[in-house]
Write a protein of this length. Structure first.
Length: 358
């Protein structure tokens, strides 16, 4: 069953009304509350069927194949939403072509002090300084071994806060080993602004060391998994040139562009309010332009030699198409999912098909 455009508009309006209520509750609290609702709905077979019919858009032209993996559609859920692989089965009912879990670290850690997640409704944005709060890679692996749905899973891996950068390689290696059997691809996260010193690992020498070791380990495991690197939007052109060279030298399979930004320019939200929030990574619509610029630059400089998963400011089909036309192969949503609601994947997929027909 495909909802007519009138039905999609009705769902969107209903979510806008519900969003006003949800946005009156603290962001982190409402996240777990809503996912609890989704879990309860998933457990009931008729409601599970209804959700799939309401929010899934199937079309053979949407399917993409990269690294020998067939993605049923190009719209995934970015890392950060389901850090511990708690809800991958439930999220599969919302039409996602793939779900990226994490960022996970080898050992459990609580993350930064609360409050650590903030809405900027005037900008349709979020600021977070979560700090890789997660239950550890072993817990995530156990949950993924028990998943029921056949949905593609990416494993986003990082280092523990207490691990010094000179020992970071051991953390990435431990996560890789724990998740190897239960994910379809890996993403190395060295670009979060919320773990002190982490972005220093984006420098060429330490990054090459991590990626080369993971590549060797990957080959030793028998059936190598695609290995991607997630980068910050705040890199300079010369740093992006280094990224292109690093991909070519290490032979990793692609880039996820981009993570959240530390830039606060051109926001509608009053400066005093933004400054009161403090440190953290900004995501959402203000990131759209810069993320597209990074994707276009990488695609041009590399002559399209590696796939790019686009993240940053994707709310509509037009946003997704902008990224795809700039050189992205797949797209991911996070903040757009929160602001647009559960029909976002269906709306984007429908828009892509309609664009291709014209």
């Amino acid at each position: 069953m495909q909802l007519c455009s009138g039905g999609v508009i009705y769902l969107w309006r209903m979510y806008r009304l519900l969003r006003k209520i949800l946005f009156s509750i603290a962001p982190e609290e409402v996240h777990y509350m809503v996912m609890g609702w989704l879990r309860r709905a998933y457990k009931i077979a008729p409601s599970r069927w209804i959700m799939r019919k309401m929010f899934t858009y199937d079309h053979p032209s949407l399917a993409k194949e990269f690294w020998g993996i067939r993605f049923p559609n190009p719209v995934g859920l970015a890392a950060g939403f389901d850090k511990d692989a708690r809800w991958v089965d439930e999220l599969s009912c919302l039409g996602f072509g793939f779900v990226e879990i994490g960022t996970v670290t080898p050992k459990p850690q609580p993350g930064n002090d609360k409050p650590r997640l903030f809405r900027l409704p005037a900008d349709e944005a979020l600021i977070n300084r979560m700090g890789f709060n997660n239950q550890g890679s072993e817990v995530a692996a156990q949950r993924l071994k028990q998943k029921k749905e056949n949905i593609l899973i990416g494993g986003n891996i990082g280092k523990n806060k207490v691990t010094p950068n000179e020992d970071a390689l051991s953390d990435y290696e431990a996560c890789f080993k724990d998740l190897y059997e239960v994910v379809d691809y890996f993403v190395v996260n060295v670009s979060s602004p919320n773990t002190p010193g982490l972005r220093e690992l984006q420098d060429k020498e330490p990054l090459m060391r991590i990626l080369n070791r993971l590549k060797t380990l990957n080959e030793q495991m028998g059936s190598p998994k695609p290995l991607l690197l997630k980068i910050a939007p705040d890199l300079t052109d010369s740093q992006l040139d280094d990224i292109v060279e690093i991909v070519a030298t290490t032979g990793i399979q692609g880039i996820v562009a981009t993570n959240t930004t530390i830039d606060r320019s051109n926001l509608v939200t009053p400066t005093a309010e933004v400054e009161a929030i403090g440190a953290g990574g900004l995501s959402g619509k203000p990131l759209r332009k810069r993320a597209t610029e990074v994707i276009r630059y990488l695609h041009m400089k590399s002559a399209g030699s590696f796939p790019i998963i686009a993240v940053g400011g994707i709310y509509t089909a037009a946003d997704a198409l902008e990224k795809l036309e700039a050189g992205a192969s797949l797209v991911q949503v996070y903040t757009g999912f929160i602001y647009e609601g559960p029909a976002i994947v269906k709306n984007i997929c429908r828009g892509i098909i309609n664009k291709n027909r014209n």
